[in-house]
Design a protein around this ligand. Structure first.
Ligand SMILES: CSCCC(=O)C(=O)COP(=O)(O)O
Ligand SMILES: [Zn+2]
Length: 219
């Protein structure tokens, strides 16, 4: 599908969804110091051709301006003439879309996701077991256990992006970058938000549990 075949309504819907999510996450303090980026895919998906709206790089995500988003293609290149720069981390979004065919990807930096990604960074995954919120990933088995991948936080984004297809587990819709933040995705903005919130719950739970165990080992 060419970008020119995507309707104005499809584009406006994606921008509205991004606006709502950005406002909500900003109210939670999830974009400190201009960090974080968001994207929503528009039109049909083919592994070698897709388009998405993404936040422009370096913006204060707690304010709303007419220059907050732009549309890019599967290589992260702008689809229309613009002076805006796509998020510096757009290539990571491209790889996640390519591998999963998902509809939206949200990336935030929080204290909890940074601490947990650093704590488990060396082993390359965060274990989580028996936490009710795992069901938010559509995993319903009792006492389910998941591993959330942690990738190194290289300075060069293409180096990180090339690790994404090998690290990504399609049944666990998130990837951490060590001491950086999380990317969570879903079939649409609603699902990506649910997944991100579940991951953040799991990180806060894990962090507090580690503290508790250090103070007095749990039985
Ligand atoms: C200021 S945080 C460093 C960059 C980053 O990790 C991030 O999420 C925001 O980058 P963007 O280019 O999307 O604004
Ligand atoms: Zn980031």
């Amino acid at each position: 599908m060419n970008f020119s075949d995507i309707t104005l309504e499809q584009k406006q819907t994606a921008l509205q969804e991004l606006h709502q999510v950005k406002e909500l996450f900003a109210s939670r303090g999830w974009f400190p110091g201009t960090s974080g980026n968001l994207s929503v895919r528009v039109g049909d998906f083919q592994e070698d051709e897709f388009h998405f709206a993404v936040t422009a790089s370096g913006k204060d995500k707690s304010v709303h301006t007419p220059e907050d988003y732009l549309f890019v293609d599967q290589n992260g290149k702008p689809c229309e003439a613009t002076r805006l720069k796509p998020s510096a981390e757009t290539l990571i979004h491209c790889e996640i879309y390519r591998k999963t065919g998902c509809g939206a990807i949200f990336h935030v930096h929080t204290i909890d996701n940074n601490l947990i990604s650093e704590y488990y960074g060396k082993q390359g995954f965060v274990p989580a077991q028996g936490i009710e919120l795992i069901k938010a990933f559509n995993i319903w088995e009792e006492d389910a256990s998941i591993s959330i991948p942690v990738l190194p936080n290289y300075a060069e984004i293409p180096r990180i992006a090339e690790l994404v297809p090998g690290a990504l587990d399609v049944s666990v819709p998130g990837i951490l970058l060590r001491n950086h933040g999380i990317y969570a995705w879903g079939r649409n903005a609603f699902e990506a938000k649910r997944h991100l919130e579940a991951f953040e719950f799991i990180f806060e739970y894990t962090y507090k549990r580690l503290l508790l165990e250090a103070a007095r080992p749990l039985k």
